[in-house]
Ligand binder design. Structure first.
Ligand code: ADP
Ligand code: MG
Length: 238
């Protein structure tokens, strides 16, 4: 089970508070999208869930366990970033194997996990290639492969598609959703793109200036936005 419970979470950089006490409950196997304008605190919240940024107040629990003091490596989480820098001098196989090697996994386990991930992501034919020999979509899949080899319970995505062209973006949305369903993970997906949020989410969290404006299904937000900000952001009903 990998629910993620965010309770009264705050974040200040020095004296400047950027997250002002956020509450969100994310259910096991849910695909939740955090959406909001640039600078509203989406990446900061995601980084706190991953443990890459200490939290200034409140609690984050993963699978019922409070993880405030748990280092990133010991959280059952993998993150896919917008600038998913692949290692240019490593093959696709080695890029995907890297985090397992860091954790001293056995060779046979590494081989099996990487091959399985490559199969799921349709990368089997490309395992010996280098990143520069791949298309944008293939590179994006390798980035996801690096995340899934560890078999995490929770996937965190930070605007993973914003560097891709429009057509590929639409295709990758579908692929990411399919992956989520196949692996039965809990996914938290950050975007500033309303369309992406509306098409991908089981549940949307609309953020604004470090707080949550509304949480709901795409239909609920569309039909019953609680205020003008949400209505304007999601696109008010005709
Ligand atoms: P988003 O991902 O929604 O665009 P961020 O989480 O990146 O927003 O940023 C939220 C706010 O926190 C912004 O005002 C940003 O300038 C500030 N911020 C983010 N990281 C730092 C940091 N390391 N030091 C100081 N301020 C930061
Ligand atoms: Mg961001």
């Amino acid at each position: 089970m990998a629910s993620v419970d965010i309770r009264q979470v705050r974040k200040a950089f020095g004296t400047f508070e950027v997250i002002h006490g956020i509450d969100v409950d994310i259910g096991d196997e849910e695909f939740v999208v955090l959406v909001g304008p640039s600078g509203c605190g989406k990446s900061t919240l995601l980084r706190m869930i991953a443990g890459l940024e200490p939290i200034s107040g409140g609690e984050i629990a993963i699978g019922g366990r409070v993880v405030n003091m748990v280092p990133p490596k010991e959280r059952d989480i993998a993150m896919v970033f917008q600038n998913y820098a692949l290692y240019p001098h490593m093959t696709v196989f080695d890029n995907m194997a890297f985090s397992l090697k860091l954790r001293h996994a056995e060779r046979s386990v590494i081989e099996q996990r990487v091959r399985q991930a490559a199969d799921i992501l349709d990368l089997t034919k490309y395992l010996d290639r280098y990143p520069r020999q791949l298309s944008g979509g293939q590179r994006q899949r390798v980035a996801m492969g690096r995340a899934i080899v560890r078999d995490p319970q929770v996937f965190l995505f930070d605007e993973p598609l914003s560097n891709l062209d429009a057509k590929l973006r639409v295709q990758m949305r579908t692929e990411i959703k399919a992956l989520h369903q196949r692996l039965r993970t809990t996914s938290i997906y950050v975007t500033h793109d309303q369309i992406e949020a509306m098409t991908m989410a089981d549940k949307i969290v609309v953020m604004h200036d470090g707080h949550v404006e509304q949480v709901g299904t795409p239909l609920e937000l569309y039909d019953r936005p609680v205020n003008l900000f949400v209505a304007g952001f999601i696109g008010s009903p005709a």
